[in-house]
Design a protein around this ligand. Structure first.
Ligand SMILES: NC(=O)c1ccc[n+]([C@@H]2O[C@H](COP(=O)([O-])OP(=O)(O)OC[C@H]3O[C@@H](n4cnc5c(N)ncnc54)[C@H](O)[C@@H]3O)[C@@H](O)[C@H]2O)c1
Length: 455
């Protein structure tokens, strides 16, 4: 008896319990009876949790090109600093950087980075080289599923030909491909991998069914089979594009309301009493997903002759925010009679968002760099970021214990540690003329006389 626990939810899958109606596929039988292995390629924020989850049921090979990361994982350590050591307990995973260890793999999941280059164009280097490697070891009957975020068409137009050329095999006949986007929200402890509906897709119905069944082994929330690979790719990229556009709108509104002389939060509180007003807030959009993925869609649109003006404009608005907030700080300091060279500013939070240690594409760091370039003395405090990484990535010193008095305190990233601080803490770290810039409006009971700004 196979221990495939079936988790299609009624709401996510059209038709009745699909799995019970069809014979279990050989790939699944082989995986569940440990006659074949699953291989996860790229063990970062996405790949490692996925590999650990599947390893509860299957034999896993976890492949990463970085030997130092492999060594850490073999020592039960998550190089991304997200998972506790206990996450590795009772898991059978061969962490490796050796392609020969993929010999017994039958089901590949590729989760390598898909960043943009200096011109904000898709940088597919990691995806291409990972696909070339999988192509070089591909066998008849194998499955390859891509999880990296890409534009619609990338899997079939870029990855599929590489797999075919490098293996000499034909998709749909000799092997199958699919796409299943990862939808985790960094730092979110509630909506975790197994609790988010998984969108799955395949190059044909059989592939889609098998891929759905494989993910159903671990995804408690159920799977949603998309009608094609392109649909699955597009579904992921529009989730982040939609957020980006909505946050850009809030950022633009906050620039208008600043000039009007009213608080954006007050406006949102009032407008939010309508049942269909969407709850978005102004903020810095950094990281490797929302601040990156829309560029992939803009690129594809351009290729197809569509001018994706709204998406591109939203990216521009959000990318301009670090400069905009730095200018607001300098303007207020000047109004308070403090020259840039004399100003001491404390920036609380340097990660790309709250409650993560990830500093990639941090807009708080970009803001600090703007302030520094204007001659301001900036101290950075972050209880979660790794100081050596902040220095390496941005040349910025980060501390968890700042001292002295500051002309301005910026609560840029509201980590949970900062949210425990009362206004008294801010006042005790301020000069006689307190100026607090609380991006997300989280500090309570700010007394009169304090210059208190929000986005
Ligand atoms: N981090 C998230 O929250 C998140 C959420 C949804 C989707 N995604 C998408 O998932 C993909 C992976 O993102 P991530 O955050 O896990 O990236 P990451 O940078 O944390 O990890 C990627 C891993 O892949 C490895 N790698 C790079 N090139 C490789 C290659 N050629 N072969 C094998 N391994 C290779 C790296 O060494 C690293 O360990 C991206 O497309 C990203 O957009 C990420």
């Amino acid at each position: 008896m196979l221990d495939l626990h079936h988790t299609y939810s009624d709401t996510n899958v059209s038709g009745n319990s699909i799995l019970n109606q069809r014979n279990t596929h050989k790939v699944i039988t082989d995986l569940l009876t440990h006659n074949a292995q699953m291989a996860v390629i790229g063990l970062g924020y996405v790949g490692l949790p996925l590999a650990l989850e599947f390893a509860r049921k299957l034999d896993l090979v976890g492949f990463d090109i970085k030997q130092n990361r492999v060594n850490m994982m073999n020592a039960n350590e998550d190089p991304s600093g997200e998972l506790p050591r206990s996450a590795f307990d009772n898991r059978k995973i061969n962490f490796t950087a050796n392609v020969n260890d993929l010999a017994d793999a039958k089901f590949y999941i590729v989760a390598v980075p898909t960043p943009v280059d200096a011109n904000k164009k898709p940088n597919l280097n990691a995806l291409i080289s990972a696909t070339q490697m999988v192509g070089s070891v591909l066998k008849k009957g194998d499955y390859v599923v891509f999880e990296s975020t890409v534009y619609p068409g990338c899997t079939e137009e870029v990855c599929q030909p590489i797999l075919e050329n490098n293996s000499g095999l034909k998709v749909g006949i000799d092997f199958k491909i699919g796409y299943s986007p990862e939808r985790i929200n960094p730092g979110d402890k509630k909506h975790t991998l197994t609790k988010i509906t998984k969108v799955v897709s395949g190059c044909d119905q059989e592939a889609c069914d098998v891929i759905a069944d494989v993910y159903s082994m671990i995804i408690e929330a159920g799977v949603h089979p998309a009608t094609s690979i392109k649909v699955a790719e597009a579904s992921k990229i529009i989730e982040n594009t939609q957020r980006d556009i909505n946050i850009a709108l809030m950022n633009e509104l906050s620039m208008i309301f600043e000039k009007v002389g009213i608080r954006t939060q007050d406006v949102l509180d009032a407008a939010g009493t309508k049942w269909n007003f969407l709850k978005f807030y102004p903020g810095l959009v950094g990281g490797h997903c929302i601040g990156v993925d829309p560029y992939y869609l803009v690129h594809k649109a351009n290729e197809l002759g569509v001018n994706a003006r709204l998406i591109a404009a939203s990216r521009a608005v959000n990318d301009n925010m670090p400069q905009h907030v730095a200018n607001r700080i300098v303007k207020q300091l000047r109004e308070d009679g403090i020259a840039n060279m004399d100003a001491k500013v404390l920036v609380r939070g340097i990660t790309f968002k709250e409650d993560v240690q990830d500093i990639r594409n941090s807009k708080a760091a970009e803001m600090v760099q703007h302030l520094k370039s204007m001659g301001i003395n900036v101290t950075v405090e972050d209880p979660q970021a790794v100081p050596s990484e902040v220095m390496h990535e941005y040349g910025i010193e980060a501390t968890s214990n700042p001292t002295g008095e500051f002309d301005c305190i910026v609560l840029a990233v509201p980590h949970k540690e900062f949210n425990e601080d009362t206004i008294d803490k801010y006042l005790s770290m301020s000069t006689a003329q307190p100026f607090i810039f609380d991006f997300r409006n989280t500090i309570k009971d700010v007394p009169r006389g304090v210059v208190y700004m929000t986005l």
